[in-house]
Design a protein around this ligand. Structure first.
Ligand code: HEM
Length: 535
């Protein structure tokens, strides 16, 4: 342990510092030349111009000029922590992934929480979805569970992702608003692409303003395919359940916190860990039979705008995550971490959810730019905790000095290796069949029944909050036609909600027939419509 100048104790980080970067007590140039002065540039006389030959001046300023890397195109503002995941071992019947299947197995993790729309310097407590991205450094390689605190997404197909983000980010002309959904393009998009309705309802509810990262649920959102040691497969959704329970701010608190302490959530995260009040979550699985139609109780498991209610498929807890160590360097860890849905381990596989499929492309693609080329997996925070021998070579920012001359397989020169493994990752041979079309399955046409289910599951005070949130956020729109179109959407969910929001906006409420929440899946209509606590 070392004590920082502020008197705070700093634990040795995962990275432990780079001995090449901070060795010795003497200030040097990047070439190791000891410096006698770092405060005065070399000038032609005390009052003269600075000289081009001053390498130290140029090196110091040039390096500074290039210190920033591009912020993430989404989820730019984040805070992170290290921790450990311990498996309960009861998931072995579903998956052979060792970090889940073996009882008591401990796995290092790094978790980055984030908002989606704000820039790096925006406030923590704005109304937004929160990212909940987990990197498991397992004995079988890295597994990334790149989730959110909301179990559904705005769109059903990744091809619309640039569009929803363009609509949600600040307007291109004035660059406002900074980090809220309170503006014309957001409501224009979601009222035109009504598949967004279910996510919008979660956003406008208290879930959109979490009290703390420790009181947030997390969701993998998509359906994954798990495989056990016998080769049996099952479909699954991942859930994180906070041990401290789910708690939100109220809107007034969120607004005050955004002004008084824009770092409200990241300060809470860092201070809690510093003080030994670690964050805890249990990992849960919802399991569904791996049927050919990939539906469960009439719910299409490939549609990322749908949940499967826990009343129909309970969340089974399979392990516990404890976050107990702060990063020691924000840039090296929180900023340079690179998550990717394609980072999978044996026993966990992707499905054909068209949102998931597009994400498999997008993350590495953006990281090539954000992290400056193809060698970002070598960055300490991204490095697996198992040996890597990938036959990849060279490229920008290569830090490895590879041995041998035959980076190809098979080879008869470098001892023949590295060799493929019998227990290596094997894709499950699922059938792919059908005409080449740009079309959705018919089940994707239901945009409203689960938003209605969600709204009717809220307690009366939560319904008041969501009504106020719709009124506040829509009230920020300049275009009346956009407000009116969103009221048409609300009319499909609940007449009382629509009328209350319309009154708040000073507009007439449109007449509409609300969609019954059992409209698509008969099983849903068995879930009581009266308010109950959300947990
Ligand atoms: C970043 C979650 C959909 C593209 C992130 C992050 C999270 C996340 C948590 C932040 C990762 C971090 O902390 O570094 C989700 C979820 C989605 C979703 C849960 C839907 C279920 C999509 C889609 C695309 C996409 C459809 C594109 C087609 C990106 C990109 C980044 C990102 C480009 C920035 C990555 C980086 O710069 O490292 N997403 N996302 N996301 N997401 Fe998504």
């Amino acid at each position: 342990k070392t004590v920082s100048p502020t008197g705070r104790t700093e634990r040795e980080g995962l990275l432990g510092g780079d001995p090449r970067a901070q060795a010795g007590d003497h200030l040097t140039t990047a070439q190791g030349l000891r410096l006698s002065d770092t405060d005065h540039s070399l000038k032609a006389g005390r009052r003269g111009p600075s000289l081009l030959e001053d390498h130290h001046l140029r090196e110091k300023i040039t390096h500074f000029d290039h210190e920033r890397i591009p912020e993430r195109v989404v989820h730019a503002r984040g805070a992170a922590a290290h921790g450990t995941f311990v498996s309960y071992g009861n998931a072995a019947s579903a998956t052979k992934a060792k970090f889940l299947a073996e009882k008591g197995q401990e796995t290092d993790v790094f978790v980055r929480f984030s908002t989606v729309l704000g820039s790096r310097g925006s406030a923590d407590t704005v109304r937004d979805t929160r990212g909940f991205a987990v990197k498991f450094y397992t004995d079988e390689g890295n597994f990334d569970l790149v989730g959110n605190n909301i179990p559904v997404f705005f769109i059903q197909d990744a091809i619309k992702f640039p569009d929803i983000i363009h609509a949600g980010k600040p307007h291109p002309d004035r660059e406002i608003p900074q980090a809220q959904s309170a503006h014309d393009t957001f409501w224009d998009f979601v009222s035109l692409h009504t598949e967004a309705t279910h996510h919008v309802f979660w956003n406008m509810s208290d879930r959109g303003i979490p009290r703390s990262y420790r009181t947030m649920e997390g969701f993998g959102v998509h359906t994954f395919r798990l495989q056990n040691a016998d080769g049996d497969t099952v479909l699954a959704k991942f859930h994180w359940k906070p041990v401290a329970g789910v708690h939100s701010l109220v809107w007034e608190e969120a607004q005050i916190a955004a002004g008084v302490d824009p770092d409200f959530h990241r300060r809470d995260l860092a201070d809690s860990i510093e003080n030994g009040a670690f964050l805890e979550y249990e990992l849960g699985l919802q399991l569904f039979p791996d049927t050919e139609d990939e539906t469960f109780e009439g719910i299409d498991l490939l549609d990322p705008t749908k949940i499967v209610p826990e009343e129909l498929a309970p969340v089974q807890l399979v392990g516990k995550l404890t976050l107990d160590r702060n990063p020691t360097n924000y840039f090296a860890e929180t900023e340079q971490v690179a998550f990717h849905l394609g980072n999978l381990v044996p026993g966990i596989h992707v499905t054909n959810d068209p949102l998931l499929q597009g994400r498999l492309f997008s993350y590495v693609d953006t990281q090539l730019t954000r992290l400056g080329g193809p060698n970002f997996p070598q960055l300490p925070i991204n490095r697996p905790h198992v040996p890597v021998n990938d036959n990849l070579r060279d490229g920008f920012h290569q830090t490895a000095v590879h041995r041998g001359i035959a980076p190809y397989l098979p080879n008869s020169i470098d001892g023949g290796g590295p060799f493929t493994s019998e227990d290596g990752y094997v894709e499950i041979p699922t059938r792919v069949d059908g005409p080449k079309v740009r079309e959705n399955p018919a089940s994707f046409d239901d945009h409203f029944s689960q938003a209605a289910l969600f709204y009717h599951s809220l307690t009366p005070i939560e319904q008041v909050h969501i009504t106020e949130a719709f009124t506040f956020e829509l009230g920020k729109c300049y275009e009346q036609a956009i407000k009116e179109r969103e009221l048409e959407v609300l009319a499909k969910i609940d007449t009382g909600l629509c009328e209350a929001v319309a009154a708040g906006l000073g507009l007439p409420a449109p007449k509409g027939e609300p969609v019954a929440h059992g409209a698509i899946s008969p099983a849903l209509s068995q879930i009581p419509a009266e308010p109950g606590p959300i947990t």
